[in-house]
Design a protein. Structure first.
Length: 408
Protein backbone atom coordinates (compact mmCIF):
# COMPACT_ATOMS: atom_id res chain seq x y z
CA UNK A 1 0.00 0.00 0.00
CA UNK A 2 1.31 3.44 -0.98
CA UNK A 3 2.61 5.68 1.79
CA UNK A 4 0.65 8.94 1.89
CA UNK A 5 3.93 10.84 2.31
CA UNK A 6 5.35 9.48 -0.98
CA UNK A 7 5.57 11.88 -3.97
CA UNK A 8 4.52 10.09 -7.16
CA UNK A 9 5.24 11.71 -10.54
CA UNK A 10 4.13 10.96 -14.04
CA UNK A 11 6.57 10.03 -16.79
CA UNK A 12 5.94 13.35 -18.48
CA UNK A 13 6.68 15.25 -15.27
CA UNK A 14 9.97 13.41 -14.83
CA UNK A 15 11.03 14.01 -18.44
CA UNK A 16 10.07 17.68 -18.14
CA UNK A 17 12.07 18.00 -14.91
CA UNK A 18 15.15 16.43 -16.46
CA UNK A 19 14.78 18.65 -19.55
CA UNK A 20 14.74 21.74 -17.33
CA UNK A 21 17.97 20.57 -15.67
CA UNK A 22 19.62 20.20 -19.09
CA UNK A 23 18.29 23.56 -20.32
CA UNK A 24 19.57 25.41 -17.23
CA UNK A 25 23.07 23.96 -17.51
CA UNK A 26 25.25 26.69 -19.06
CA UNK A 27 27.75 24.26 -20.57
CA UNK A 28 25.06 22.21 -22.30
CA UNK A 29 23.47 25.30 -23.87
CA UNK A 30 26.54 25.88 -26.08
CA UNK A 31 28.75 22.84 -26.57
CA UNK A 32 31.00 21.39 -29.28
CA UNK A 33 31.26 17.60 -29.61
CA UNK A 34 33.55 15.67 -31.95
CA UNK A 35 32.91 12.22 -33.32
CA UNK A 36 32.18 10.04 -36.33
CA UNK A 37 28.86 10.41 -38.17
CA UNK A 38 26.66 7.32 -38.34
CA UNK A 39 23.04 6.61 -39.35
CA UNK A 40 22.87 9.94 -41.24
CA UNK A 41 19.39 10.48 -42.71
CA UNK A 42 18.16 13.51 -44.70
CA UNK A 43 14.42 13.83 -44.05
CA UNK A 44 12.09 15.26 -46.78
CA UNK A 45 11.21 18.04 -44.32
CA UNK A 46 14.81 19.25 -44.52
CA UNK A 47 15.82 17.99 -41.07
CA UNK A 48 18.96 15.83 -40.70
CA UNK A 49 18.98 12.99 -38.17
CA UNK A 50 22.30 11.29 -37.30
CA UNK A 51 24.45 9.94 -34.45
CA UNK A 52 27.93 10.83 -33.24
CA UNK A 53 30.06 7.98 -32.01
CA UNK A 54 33.54 7.28 -30.77
CA UNK A 55 35.21 4.35 -29.07
CA UNK A 56 33.42 5.08 -25.81
CA UNK A 57 29.82 5.76 -26.81
CA UNK A 58 27.09 7.19 -29.07
CA UNK A 59 24.84 10.27 -28.86
CA UNK A 60 21.81 11.11 -31.03
CA UNK A 61 21.81 14.38 -32.99
CA UNK A 62 19.37 16.42 -35.08
CA UNK A 63 19.89 19.47 -37.28
CA UNK A 64 16.59 21.17 -38.13
CA UNK A 65 15.97 22.62 -41.60
CA UNK A 66 16.19 26.17 -40.27
CA UNK A 67 19.79 25.54 -39.14
CA UNK A 68 21.01 23.99 -42.41
CA UNK A 69 23.07 27.09 -43.22
CA UNK A 70 25.40 25.89 -40.49
CA UNK A 71 26.34 22.89 -42.64
CA UNK A 72 28.67 23.80 -45.51
CA UNK A 73 29.26 20.31 -46.94
CA UNK A 74 27.26 17.17 -47.76
CA UNK A 75 27.58 15.17 -44.55
CA UNK A 76 27.83 11.40 -44.89
CA UNK A 77 28.33 8.38 -42.63
CA UNK A 78 31.96 8.01 -41.60
CA UNK A 79 32.72 11.76 -41.63
CA UNK A 80 34.70 12.94 -38.61
CA UNK A 81 32.99 16.16 -37.58
CA UNK A 82 32.66 18.73 -34.85
CA UNK A 83 29.04 19.48 -33.97
CA UNK A 84 28.19 22.78 -32.27
CA UNK A 85 24.84 23.24 -30.58
CA UNK A 86 22.94 22.47 -27.38
CA UNK A 87 22.04 19.27 -25.53
CA UNK A 88 18.49 18.82 -24.30
CA UNK A 89 15.89 16.14 -23.67
CA UNK A 90 13.30 15.03 -26.23
CA UNK A 91 10.46 14.61 -23.75
CA UNK A 92 8.34 12.21 -25.77
CA UNK A 93 11.06 9.52 -25.82
CA UNK A 94 12.86 10.58 -22.66
CA UNK A 95 16.17 10.70 -24.55
CA UNK A 96 18.72 13.45 -24.64
CA UNK A 97 20.28 14.55 -27.94
CA UNK A 98 22.37 17.26 -29.53
CA UNK A 99 20.41 19.99 -31.35
CA UNK A 100 23.04 20.95 -33.94
CA UNK A 101 23.43 24.56 -35.11
CA UNK A 102 26.70 24.12 -37.03
CA UNK A 103 28.71 21.17 -38.25
CA UNK A 104 32.29 21.28 -39.56
CA UNK A 105 34.62 18.57 -40.66
CA UNK A 106 37.27 17.91 -38.07
CA UNK A 107 40.45 19.66 -39.14
CA UNK A 108 38.45 22.41 -40.87
CA UNK A 109 37.41 24.00 -37.62
CA UNK A 110 39.76 26.99 -37.88
CA UNK A 111 38.58 27.75 -41.41
CA UNK A 112 34.97 27.54 -40.32
CA UNK A 113 35.59 29.92 -37.43
CA UNK A 114 37.19 32.31 -39.92
CA UNK A 115 34.17 31.88 -42.18
CA UNK A 116 31.75 32.70 -39.36
CA UNK A 117 33.78 35.72 -38.25
CA UNK A 118 33.89 37.21 -41.78
CA UNK A 119 30.20 36.44 -42.30
CA UNK A 120 29.30 38.29 -39.09
CA UNK A 121 31.54 41.24 -40.01
CA UNK A 122 30.12 41.66 -43.53
CA UNK A 123 26.57 41.22 -42.29
CA UNK A 124 27.12 43.95 -39.71
CA UNK A 125 28.40 46.22 -42.51
CA UNK A 126 25.09 45.69 -44.35
CA UNK A 127 26.55 43.85 -47.35
CA UNK A 128 23.86 41.16 -47.10
CA UNK A 129 20.97 43.66 -46.88
CA UNK A 130 18.09 43.11 -49.36
CA UNK A 131 18.06 46.76 -50.44
CA UNK A 132 21.41 46.26 -52.16
CA UNK A 133 20.20 43.29 -54.20
CA UNK A 134 19.81 43.98 -57.93
CA UNK A 135 16.98 42.28 -59.81
CA UNK A 136 17.92 39.62 -62.34
CA UNK A 137 16.66 40.65 -65.83
CA UNK A 138 13.80 38.56 -67.09
CA UNK A 139 15.25 38.26 -70.60
CA UNK A 140 19.02 38.26 -71.09
CA UNK A 141 21.11 38.38 -74.26
CA UNK A 142 24.65 38.23 -72.85
CA UNK A 143 25.85 36.24 -69.84
CA UNK A 144 29.23 36.38 -68.19
CA UNK A 145 30.58 33.29 -66.41
CA UNK A 146 33.49 33.33 -63.97
CA UNK A 147 34.57 29.73 -63.34
CA UNK A 148 37.15 27.15 -64.32
CA UNK A 149 37.38 26.66 -68.11
CA UNK A 150 37.12 22.89 -67.70
CA UNK A 151 34.91 20.75 -65.55
CA UNK A 152 31.25 19.96 -65.12
CA UNK A 153 30.22 23.43 -63.90
CA UNK A 154 31.00 25.37 -67.09
CA UNK A 155 29.61 22.58 -69.28
CA UNK A 156 26.37 22.46 -67.30
CA UNK A 157 25.96 26.23 -67.58
CA UNK A 158 26.59 26.22 -71.34
CA UNK A 159 24.36 23.24 -72.08
CA UNK A 160 21.40 24.43 -70.05
CA UNK A 161 21.66 28.08 -71.12
CA UNK A 162 21.87 27.25 -74.84
CA UNK A 163 19.12 24.64 -74.55
CA UNK A 164 16.82 27.21 -73.00
CA UNK A 165 17.81 29.96 -75.43
CA UNK A 166 20.07 29.16 -78.44
CA UNK A 167 20.50 32.87 -79.11
CA UNK A 168 22.07 33.80 -75.77
CA UNK A 169 25.73 34.84 -75.83
CA UNK A 170 27.98 33.32 -73.15
CA UNK A 171 31.28 35.01 -72.30
CA UNK A 172 33.60 32.92 -70.12
CA UNK A 173 36.40 34.24 -67.98
CA UNK A 174 38.64 31.23 -67.22
CA UNK A 175 39.41 31.68 -63.54
CA UNK A 176 41.25 29.70 -60.94
CA UNK A 177 38.63 28.47 -58.50
CA UNK A 178 40.82 26.57 -56.06
CA UNK A 179 44.22 26.92 -54.47
CA UNK A 180 46.74 29.76 -54.38
CA UNK A 181 45.76 32.82 -56.41
CA UNK A 182 42.18 31.64 -56.89
CA UNK A 183 40.61 34.57 -55.04
CA UNK A 184 42.58 37.14 -57.09
CA UNK A 185 41.67 35.33 -60.31
CA UNK A 186 37.97 35.37 -59.43
CA UNK A 187 38.10 39.08 -58.53
CA UNK A 188 39.82 39.89 -61.84
CA UNK A 189 37.20 37.92 -63.75
CA UNK A 190 34.35 39.76 -62.04
CA UNK A 191 35.89 43.17 -62.77
CA UNK A 192 36.65 42.42 -66.42
CA UNK A 193 33.25 40.99 -67.23
CA UNK A 194 31.52 43.79 -65.30
CA UNK A 195 33.10 46.26 -67.75
CA UNK A 196 31.49 44.54 -70.77
CA UNK A 197 27.95 45.74 -70.03
CA UNK A 198 26.53 42.23 -69.74
CA UNK A 199 23.05 41.36 -68.53
CA UNK A 200 24.06 39.01 -65.71
CA UNK A 201 27.14 37.32 -64.20
CA UNK A 202 27.36 33.75 -62.89
CA UNK A 203 30.21 33.21 -60.43
CA UNK A 204 30.82 29.70 -59.13
CA UNK A 205 32.24 26.21 -59.42
CA UNK A 206 31.37 22.60 -58.66
CA UNK A 207 31.22 21.11 -55.19
CA UNK A 208 34.05 20.29 -52.82
CA UNK A 209 35.29 20.50 -49.27
CA UNK A 210 35.46 23.73 -47.31
CA UNK A 211 39.13 23.96 -48.29
CA UNK A 212 38.27 23.53 -51.98
CA UNK A 213 35.59 26.24 -51.83
CA UNK A 214 37.55 28.64 -49.66
CA UNK A 215 38.33 31.15 -52.43
CA UNK A 216 34.63 32.04 -52.47
CA UNK A 217 34.82 32.81 -48.73
CA UNK A 218 37.56 35.43 -49.18
CA UNK A 219 36.67 39.03 -48.29
CA UNK A 220 38.14 40.39 -51.53
CA UNK A 221 35.83 38.17 -53.58
CA UNK A 222 32.82 39.18 -51.48
CA UNK A 223 33.63 42.87 -51.97
CA UNK A 224 34.09 42.40 -55.73
CA UNK A 225 30.64 40.80 -55.94
CA UNK A 226 29.10 43.55 -53.80
CA UNK A 227 30.69 46.31 -55.96
CA UNK A 228 29.70 44.70 -59.27
CA UNK A 229 27.29 46.80 -61.34
CA UNK A 230 26.09 43.72 -63.21
CA UNK A 231 23.62 41.50 -61.32
CA UNK A 232 25.47 38.48 -59.90
CA UNK A 233 24.20 34.93 -59.39
CA UNK A 234 26.36 32.81 -57.09
CA UNK A 235 26.61 29.12 -57.99
CA UNK A 236 29.12 27.48 -55.67
CA UNK A 237 29.16 23.74 -55.05
CA UNK A 238 26.15 21.61 -54.26
CA UNK A 239 22.88 22.59 -52.64
CA UNK A 240 24.27 22.00 -49.14
CA UNK A 241 27.36 24.17 -49.73
CA UNK A 242 27.10 27.76 -48.54
CA UNK A 243 29.84 30.36 -49.03
CA UNK A 244 30.22 34.04 -48.21
CA UNK A 245 29.42 35.19 -51.76
CA UNK A 246 26.07 33.39 -51.53
CA UNK A 247 25.03 36.02 -48.99
CA UNK A 248 26.49 38.95 -50.97
CA UNK A 249 25.29 37.96 -54.45
CA UNK A 250 22.04 39.34 -55.84
CA UNK A 251 20.72 35.78 -56.17
CA UNK A 252 21.99 32.43 -54.88
CA UNK A 253 21.65 29.31 -57.01
CA UNK A 254 22.14 25.94 -55.30
CA UNK A 255 24.17 24.61 -58.25
CA UNK A 256 25.73 25.92 -61.51
CA UNK A 257 22.95 24.16 -63.45
CA UNK A 258 20.31 25.96 -61.40
CA UNK A 259 22.14 29.25 -62.00
CA UNK A 260 21.80 28.79 -65.77
CA UNK A 261 18.08 28.09 -65.37
CA UNK A 262 17.61 31.16 -63.18
CA UNK A 263 19.57 33.40 -65.55
CA UNK A 264 18.17 32.30 -68.91
CA UNK A 265 14.46 32.26 -69.66
CA UNK A 266 13.21 29.33 -71.71
CA UNK A 267 12.76 30.78 -75.21
CA UNK A 268 9.87 28.38 -75.83
CA UNK A 269 8.07 29.70 -72.78
CA UNK A 270 8.83 33.25 -73.93
CA UNK A 271 7.45 32.50 -77.41
CA UNK A 272 4.37 30.91 -75.87
CA UNK A 273 3.92 33.99 -73.70
CA UNK A 274 4.30 36.26 -76.74
CA UNK A 275 1.83 34.12 -78.68
CA UNK A 276 -0.58 34.38 -75.77
CA UNK A 277 -0.12 38.16 -75.68
CA UNK A 278 -0.65 38.27 -79.46
CA UNK A 279 -3.84 36.23 -79.18
CA UNK A 280 -5.12 38.41 -76.35
CA UNK A 281 -4.21 41.56 -78.29
CA UNK A 282 -5.96 40.30 -81.44
CA UNK A 283 -9.01 39.40 -79.38
CA UNK A 284 -8.97 42.81 -77.74
CA UNK A 285 -8.54 44.55 -81.12
CA UNK A 286 -11.39 42.52 -82.61
CA UNK A 287 -13.62 43.50 -79.70
CA UNK A 288 -12.62 47.15 -80.05
CA UNK A 289 -13.23 47.02 -83.81
CA UNK A 290 -16.66 45.46 -83.26
CA UNK A 291 -17.52 48.11 -80.67
CA UNK A 292 -16.29 50.84 -83.02
CA UNK A 293 -18.42 49.46 -85.84
CA UNK A 294 -21.45 49.34 -83.57
CA UNK A 295 -20.87 52.94 -82.51
CA UNK A 296 -20.38 53.96 -86.16
CA UNK A 297 -23.65 52.29 -87.10
CA UNK A 298 -25.36 54.12 -84.25
CA UNK A 299 -23.85 57.40 -85.43
CA UNK A 300 -24.95 56.71 -89.02
CA UNK A 301 -28.49 55.97 -87.87
CA UNK A 302 -28.49 59.04 -85.68
CA UNK A 303 -27.04 61.14 -88.54
CA UNK A 304 -29.73 59.92 -90.89
CA UNK A 305 -32.34 60.84 -88.34
CA UNK A 306 -30.81 64.16 -87.33
CA UNK A 307 -28.94 65.04 -90.55
CA UNK A 308 -29.72 67.99 -92.90
CA UNK A 309 -31.60 65.83 -95.42
CA UNK A 310 -33.87 64.53 -92.71
CA UNK A 311 -34.35 68.02 -91.31
CA UNK A 312 -35.14 69.42 -94.79
CA UNK A 313 -37.59 66.58 -95.40
CA UNK A 314 -39.21 67.22 -92.03
CA UNK A 315 -39.35 70.96 -92.74
CA UNK A 316 -40.91 70.34 -96.15
CA UNK A 317 -43.50 68.03 -94.64
CA UNK A 318 -44.17 70.61 -91.95
CA UNK A 319 -44.53 73.38 -94.52
CA UNK A 320 -46.77 71.21 -96.68
CA UNK A 321 -48.92 70.51 -93.64
CA UNK A 322 -49.09 74.22 -92.83
CA UNK A 323 -49.93 75.00 -96.47
CA UNK A 324 -52.68 72.37 -96.44
CA UNK A 325 -54.08 73.73 -93.21
CA UNK A 326 -53.87 77.30 -94.57
CA UNK A 327 -55.60 76.30 -97.83
CA UNK A 328 -58.32 74.43 -95.96
CA UNK A 329 -58.78 77.38 -93.64
CA UNK A 330 -58.95 79.82 -96.57
CA UNK A 331 -61.45 77.63 -98.42
CA UNK A 332 -63.55 77.44 -95.28
CA UNK A 333 -63.35 81.20 -94.89
CA UNK A 334 -64.29 81.73 -98.55
CA UNK A 335 -67.16 79.30 -98.20
CA UNK A 336 -68.43 81.19 -95.17
CA UNK A 337 -67.94 84.52 -96.99
CA UNK A 338 -69.82 83.27 -100.07
CA UNK A 339 -72.64 82.12 -97.85
CA UNK A 340 -72.82 85.47 -96.09
CA UNK A 341 -72.60 87.27 -99.44
CA UNK A 342 -75.50 85.24 -100.78
CA UNK A 343 -77.49 86.21 -97.70
CA UNK A 344 -76.55 89.86 -98.19
CA UNK A 345 -77.49 89.71 -101.87
CA UNK A 346 -80.82 88.14 -101.03
CA UNK A 347 -81.41 90.81 -98.43
CA UNK A 348 -80.38 93.55 -100.87
CA UNK A 349 -82.69 92.17 -103.49
CA UNK A 350 -85.53 92.52 -101.06
CA UNK A 351 -84.62 96.18 -100.65
CA UNK A 352 -83.88 96.96 -104.30
CA UNK A 353 -86.36 99.30 -106.14
CA UNK A 354 -85.78 97.40 -109.35
CA UNK A 355 -86.82 94.22 -107.69
CA UNK A 356 -89.97 95.95 -106.48
CA UNK A 357 -90.68 97.07 -110.04
CA UNK A 358 -90.45 93.48 -111.22
CA UNK A 359 -93.10 92.64 -108.66
CA UNK A 360 -95.58 95.10 -110.23
CA UNK A 361 -94.61 98.14 -108.28
CA UNK A 362 -93.72 101.50 -109.93
CA UNK A 363 -92.61 104.93 -108.86
CA UNK A 364 -93.54 108.41 -110.19
CA UNK A 365 -91.17 111.21 -111.14
CA UNK A 366 -91.86 114.80 -111.85
CA UNK A 367 -89.25 116.60 -113.79
CA UNK A 368 -86.75 113.83 -112.86
CA UNK A 369 -87.51 113.91 -109.14
CA UNK A 370 -89.28 111.15 -107.32
CA UNK A 371 -92.81 111.99 -106.07
CA UNK A 372 -93.19 110.93 -102.46
CA UNK A 373 -96.28 113.01 -101.50
CA UNK A 374 -99.47 114.35 -103.12
CA UNK A 375 -98.22 117.70 -102.04
CA UNK A 376 -95.56 117.44 -104.73
CA UNK A 377 -98.17 117.26 -107.54
CA UNK A 378 -100.69 119.68 -108.84
CA UNK A 379 -103.51 119.09 -111.24
CA UNK A 380 -102.34 119.18 -114.79
CA UNK A 381 -98.65 118.36 -113.92
CA UNK A 382 -96.86 116.11 -116.35
CA UNK A 383 -95.66 112.99 -114.63
CA UNK A 384 -93.54 109.91 -115.56
CA UNK A 385 -94.52 106.53 -114.21
CA UNK A 386 -91.46 104.27 -113.99
CA UNK A 387 -92.04 100.54 -114.36
CA UNK A 388 -89.64 97.63 -114.70
CA UNK A 389 -89.16 97.96 -118.43
CA UNK A 390 -89.67 101.68 -119.05
CA UNK A 391 -91.57 104.91 -118.34
CA UNK A 392 -95.18 106.00 -118.96
CA UNK A 393 -96.09 109.67 -119.52
CA UNK A 394 -99.16 110.82 -117.63
CA UNK A 395 -100.92 114.00 -116.50
CA UNK A 396 -102.31 114.53 -113.01
CA UNK A 397 -106.00 115.21 -113.16
CA UNK A 398 -106.72 115.16 -109.48
CA UNK A 399 -104.89 114.75 -106.19
CA UNK A 400 -106.26 113.58 -102.90
CA UNK A 401 -104.54 112.81 -99.62
CA UNK A 402 -104.98 109.28 -98.25
CA UNK A 403 -103.53 107.76 -95.02
CA UNK A 404 -102.39 104.28 -96.09
CA UNK A 405 -101.55 103.30 -92.55
CA UNK A 406 -105.13 104.01 -91.44
CA UNK A 407 -106.58 102.03 -94.35
CA UNK A 408 -104.44 99.08 -93.61
Amino acid sequence: MRNKNQNVYTVGQVNSYIKNIFDQDYMLRRIYVSGEVSNCKYHPSGHIYFSLKDAEGTISCVMFAGSRRGLAFPMRDGDNVIVGGSISVYERDGKYQIYAKEITKEGAGLLYEKYLALKAELEEMGMFAPEYKQPIPAYVKKIGVVTAPTGAAVQDIKNIALRRNPFVQIILYPALVQGEGAADSIVEGIRRLDALNLDVLIVGRGGGSIEDLWAFNEEKVARAVFSCHTPVISAVGHETDTTIIDFVADLRAPTPSAAAELAVSDVRAVLNTLENYKSRMNHAMANQTQRARSRLLQYETKWKYLGPENKIRDQRAHHAELERRYTDAMEEKLKEARHRLALYIQAMKGLSPLDKLNQGYSYVEKEGKAITSVQDVKEGDLLEICVSDGKIAARAEKTSAVSWMEQS
